[in-house]
Design a protein around this ligand. Sequence first.
Ligand SMILES: [Mg+2]
Length: 223
Amino acid sequence: MGGLRLRYLILDLDDTLYPRRSGLMDLISMRIGQYMTERLGLSPDHAEALRREYYARYGTTMRGLMEEYRIDPEDYLAYVHDVPLDAYLQPNPALDQMLSRIPLTKVIFTNASEEHARRVLERLGVASHFPIILDVRRLEYSNKPDPEAYRRILRHLNAQGPECIFVDDSTRNLRPARALGMITILVDGDSEEDEEVFSVPDILAIEPLIQRLLSERNGDLRD
Ligand SMILES: [Mg+2]
């Protein structure tokens, strides 16, 4: 397995390709709360308690609401991502250039919708790098950190874990990837305790690490 070439760079979207401090996810989080109070008639306190419970038990609020409230996931996804993201995100030419220099197929793996992912990628100016977006719909509504979502990713890509580098801002989302043999990189995360995780402060800092991994694993390409 260790002899497999790296082929895929699999990237989380929100709070990974753009910084947490943008505030976009805070806004989406507020929309999730609004969905629960307006669409489902829950009190704000009840909604908040359920979100904590669902995050722990199901990985996402959406999955919990699908299981326990039988919500329509498409209605949910459209509602929570109905945000003016151009006010929160700016084009990132440095990210565009960095992605151009990394000779791997880039894939988005997101618990959000493909529509949201495309809007974010367009706004950042990096959409052309991502021929493949694997969103929660294409993963049949399985989501990170459910290991089934990662197995579906590998099936879609016809890849094995050790052929992939996976980048996410959540330690919790990295573990199932590592269990499948992927190399994992934490961006702007909170992991001090987990030495197996490569950790970088922001997305642009993945490049030297990836170039080193490429020369170690795919180096014979250059001979
Ligand atoms: Mg994220």
